[in-house]
Ligand binder design. Structure first.
Ligand code: 4AD
Ligand code: MG
Length: 431
């Protein structure tokens, strides 16, 4: 007999197979037991009919406890009522391990309780759906950049310099030196772009940010493409093509998961390039019209502002050309305006906020040196970055997409804590 997985079950229609599985829930009467099973690849209902199995098997089916593990044998048959489309007509059960008092029962639990049991909560149907969508976003990311001629380059995680300001750095000892955990691989990706042309990274980044919001993690994963000979406008085109590709891939390959999460897919179907663009100046005007009367030019946008702006569009929207004073030191000034930079934040629809921050980079050595001085970036640790402007400097642009905020948006999950397997939050390092 064939051993298989739940996701492969449709290939064994009307055949008898063996599956390694866990019990998530069950219901039984005198003559029949319904076992809700999962195996990591999917979910299926097993039906155990008293008259069709041995007495021993039927008793086992009736008494088996939540999260017990087993090898279960049965015939795969079509079932129009289940979203998966198939069920298992059970003929035999071989118990592997009996679980007792599984803490997460089918009743409602509070978020803190679930977060304390994250190592078990990951088994739930909802968390399974979110992580599968996360996995599809990662898969589609690699596909998009590989298909478009990018080389994956891995920047270091332990660094001697800061990339996004010095206030949110995690400090650590590096033998006798002071080191930080990477906030962004960008500066290293700029070096990589000068060596390989078009590059991307995908890795963990760290922000010692004392923010307790539904959009902030202390440890999060970022995708950071960097492109030589690409200017601001072309970078926006790459970003909208990339994000559209990712969303359309999830729609195509994660139908069951989106359904399990009750995600309204009509709003995702609209996510096709091109995306609208508004300048920071226009965004300020729009906010004033929407009743944010005290916002002033030069201020950064908070979550309520981003949500209000996003409401005016049914696709993600680029806000371009922010004031120099509220953006990072490396952004290239606008050629016609001293006070704004060639940058854009991409704001997701439905209140999910900024998912991408990107810009064209300063390629002029003198200007970069001037910015270094203004930002107090001194010391040997920063010298290598200046050298990129000394030897064959070229126009280049790049951006960073926050994976967890993107998962939250596409999966329709309110808080980023559910979009990463083991979230690191302001007050949480466990489990
Ligand atoms: O806007 P940020 O800070 O940009 C950079 O780090 C650039 N160096 C990227 C680049 O140009 N290569 O961060 C980029 C994205 C944000 O848009 C957001 O999606 C995500 O990273 N992000 C966070 N996600 C979760 N928790 C946090 N604390 C985050 N901070 C940023
Ligand atoms: Mg940003």
């Amino acid at each position: 007999m064939k051993t298989t997985t739940i996701s492969q079950a449709p290939n064994y229609h009307e055949q008898t197979v063996k599956i390694g599985a866990w019990l998530t829930n069950k219901r039984s009467s005198g003559k029949i037991a319904f076992l809700q099973l999962r195996d990591g690849t999917g979910f299926i209902q097993g039906v155990v009919v008293k008259n069709d199995v041995s007495e021993e098997t039927f008793q086992l089916a009736k008494n088996i406890t939540q999260e017990s593990s087993m090898y279960i044998t049965g015939k795969i048959v079509e079932d129009a009522r289940s979203p998966f489309g198939y069920e298992l007509q059970v003929s035999d059960i071989e118990l592997i391990h009996e679980a007792h008092d599984y803490p997460i029962t089918p009743k409602e639990h509070g978020t803190e309780f679930l977060m304390d049991h994250r190592h078990l909560w990951l088994r739930s149907k909802r968390q399974h759906a979110v992580m599968k969508i996360r996995n599809e976003i990662i898969r589609a990311t690699y596909q998009f950049f590989n298909d478009n001629g990018y080389v994956k380059i891995d920047p270091p995680i332990l660094t001697g310099s800061s990339a996004e300001g010095t206030t949110e750095l995690f400090h650590t000892k590096y033998f006798d030196e002071e080191a930080y955990l990477s906030q962004s691989g960008q500066l290293y990706m700029e070096a990589a772009a000068m060596a390989f042309g078009k590059v991307f990274s995908f890795g963990p980044t760290f922000r010692a940010e004392k923010s307790k919001t539904r959009r902030h993690l202390i440890e999060f994963w970022m995708i950071e493409p960097e492109m030589a000979f690409v200017e601001h406008e072309e970078s926006l085109e790459i970003q909208e093509n990339y994000v559209s590709f990712v969303v359309q891939s999830v729609l195509k390959n994660c139908k069951l998961e989106l359904q399990a999460l009750d995600r309204d897919i009509s709003s995702l179907e609209k996510v096709q390039a091109p995306f609208p663009r508004i300048t920071y100046d226009e965004a300020i005007e729009l906010l004033k019209e929407k009743g944010f009367t005290d916002i002033e030019w030069g201020e950064d946008f908070g979550a309520p502002h981003e949500t209000a702006i996003a409401e005016s569009f049914d696709k993600p929207v680029f806000i371009t050309n922010y004031p120099t004073g509220i953006k990072a030191f490396y952004m290239k000034p606008h050629p016609e305006r001293e006070d704004v930079v060639l940058c854009a934040d991409l704001i997701a629809p439905e209140g999910y906020g900024e998912i991408i921050g990107g810009s064209q980079r300063i390629d002029d050595l003198e200007l970069m040196e001037q910015r270094y001085e203004e930002h107090g970036l001194t010391g040997e640790a920063y010298q290598w970055y200046l050298e990129l402007r000394k030897y064959g400097s070229v126009p280049h642009s790049g951006f960073g997409l926050g994976l967890e905020r993107t998962v939250a948006w596409i999966a329709g999950v309110d808080h980023v804590r559910e979009t990463i397997p083991f979230p690191r939050l302001l007050n949480r390092l466990y489990p």
